[in-house]
Design a protein around this ligand. Structure first.
Ligand code: GDP
Length: 529
């Protein structure tokens, strides 16, 4: 029993968020390097001609050099068991990122030191604050010309509305980036590269501010600037408050360079010290203790055909309480059925491993015969409960999709339904209609291309796409209302989603107002529940 609680306590499950190109993939890779999970960084070839991140696996990702799907990486470091949820950086896949953040206990925000807070950082940050999870900031690319660190902190505070506390402070930037000053230990970590840049762990030299030999190591101007900066910092308003960190009101900030490994290890050490093990989660029967004897998990992501050689569908689950054991019987709350979790898989880089046991905080993939939906709960509790569902985000782009070869109807329907169940696209049809004509809604247009690509590659179906002019979608909340009786503008469309919920598609906000004005009692919602 003690062993089981210990296992849960040593778990740290987090997601890395960033604007594309800020260095999320590189940092992930370096964390793996320190964890000993990979021997040498940058060994996987492919991406942008040079290398592929270990977490990329889909062909389309390699071709475009972007991450489309989220993957899970697990490794041990310094007595901790670390689960990194990799998230797609491209903005068109933000919906997938939102769901991944539901499975994380904290987030690491990577910021490019020359660019500061960027558009996608803002969006993802907002989702983190919605959940109130701790956020740690890694200001990356200090080996390049960077903005003034004080300005960067101010920007984070102003634009994101979160307090900052610099845990360490950069010494120089660009070619002169010599190391960081650890404010807690009052120690200078000067970095030196060994071997080819960034392929091995950075060597560090520890010294104290004011040490005479530092003028040689850092150069006198850098040493002087550092002394001034630290004096300013220590006198400034920044105060460390662990309670604020725990609630996402204050972000500990670290400076470094993922490329050269400088600052990665001190970041990792402090992050592990400050971040929290899995915490209780809210269900419809109150808070569930992660160390409870009852196993429970929820589905945050579904993915089909990850490996073309083995046609399959995997439901990714975040374990929220207890211990998972392969072959265990659980109750699938939404399906109302008992099921056996016989085949389970965990992903380490692109290799799959079968897991025999896992604990609260871990992510497991379960082979899904088509029974799971995103947000579903499974549990062994005698009195079953359900975790709060994951909302469906409103798509903003719509197209009519039909197959080119009408003989392939079966594959077309199967492919469309599976991809929709994964949550990559949303499909709508005429009220009470079949799948003859399907309207697809996506949050980002790139998802249309992914759909086209996947239908061709995984289902051998070519599709035709006609873009539609709708941009707004509303779920009809009145259950007893017949949408046919609604008084609507001629360019408003009545449809239903694959769960049978009724919706309206609008071309403009003006039309939404019109519908509300001309139909008394009509209730419309921006999220599908
Ligand atoms: P992602 O899109 O956030 O995953 O970013 P990547 O990790 O793919 O990095 C984008 C580009 O920035 C790549 O060419 C990296 O080699 C480069 N990069 C990442 N970290 C650093 C860094 O610390 N310094 C420098 N100079 N380049 C970096």
């Amino acid at each position: 029993m003690k062993d089981f609680v210990e296992q849960i306590q040593k778990r740290r499950t987090f997601a890395i968020i960033s604007h594309p190109d800020a260095g999320k993939t590189t940092l992930t890779e370096k964390l793996l390097l320190y964890g000993g999970a990979i021997q040498q960084a940058g060994i996987v070839k492919g991406k942008k001609g040079a290398r592929a991140a270990v977490s990329d696996w889909m062909e389309i990702e390699k071709q475009r050099g972007i991450s489309v799907t989220s993957s899970v990486l697990q490794f041990e470091y310094d007595g901790y068991c670390i689960n990194i949820l990799d998230t797609p950086g491209h903005q068109d896949f933000s919906e997938d990122t939102y769901r991944t953040l539901m499975a994380a206990d904290s987030a690491v925000m990577v910021i490019d030191a020359a660019k500061g807070v960027e558009a996608q950082t803002k969006k993802l940050f907002k989702v983190c604050t919605m959940r109130g999870i701790p956020i740690f900031t890694f200001i990356n690319k200090m080996d390049r010309e960077a903005r003034n660190p004080f300005d960067l902190l101010e920007e984070i505070e102003q634009v994101l509305g979160i307090e900052t506390y610099p845990m360490n402070w950069p010494i120089g930037s660009g070619k002169d980036f010599k190391g960081v000053y650890d404010r807690n230990a009052k120690e200078i970590l000067a970095f030196q590269n060994v071997g080819k840049v960034g392929t091995q762990q950075a060597q560090k030299i520890e010294a104290h501010l004011g040490d005479e030999n530092l003028d040689q190591l850092l150069t006198k101007p850098l040493h002087d600037t550092l002394k001034d900066d630290i004096e300013l910092l220590d006198g400034a308003a920044y105060e460390f408050d662990k309670d604020k960190v725990d609630h996402g009101k204050l972000t500990p900030v670290f400076f470094g360079s993922a490329l050269t490994n400088f600052g990665v290890e001190p970041f990792l050490a402090d992050f592990l010290r400050l971040s929290m093990p899995p915490l209780p989660r809210t269900s419809d029967r109150g808070e569930i203790d992660p160390c409870s004897e009852d196993f429970s998990a929820f589905v945050f992501k579904i993915q089909a055909n990850m490996n073309k050689a083995h046609r399959d569908r995997i439901a990714f689950m975040r374990i929220c309480s207890g211990r998972f054991e392969r072959g265990m019987d659980v109750y699938h709350v939404q399906g109302g059925k008992k099921i056996k979790l016989s085949q389970s898989t965990q992903l380490m880089a692109s290799e799959r491993e079968t897991v025999d046991e896992a604990f609260a905080g871990d992510i497991i993939g379960i082979f899904d015969p088509g029974v799971f939906s995103i947000g579903d709960t499974i549990t062994t509790a005698k009195v079953p409960f359900a975790y709060a569902g994951i909302p469906t985000f409103a798509p903003e782009h719509f197209a009519r999709i039909s197959q080119v070869d009408t003989m392939k109807r079966k594959q077309f329907v199967k492919g469309m339904e599976q991809i929709a169940q994964e949550g990559a696209i949303q499909i709508f049809k005429e009220l009470g209609g079949g799948m003859e004509e399907v309207i697809v809604g996506v949050v980002g247009v790139l998802q249309f291309e992914v759909l086209e690509y996947r239908l061709k590659n995984e289902y051998n179906v070519d599709i035709r796409r006609n873009d539609l002019s709708y941009s707004y979608i509303r779920w009809i909340e009145n259950e007893d209302l017949d949408p046919k009786t609604l008084n609507l503008t001629s360019d408003t469309r009545r449809v239903e989603d694959f769960k049978g919920r009724r919706l309206l598609l609008f071309t403009s906000p003006w039309n939404i107002d019109w519908a509300l004005e001309h139909n008394e009692g009509l209730r419309l919602s921006e999220v599908g529940r």
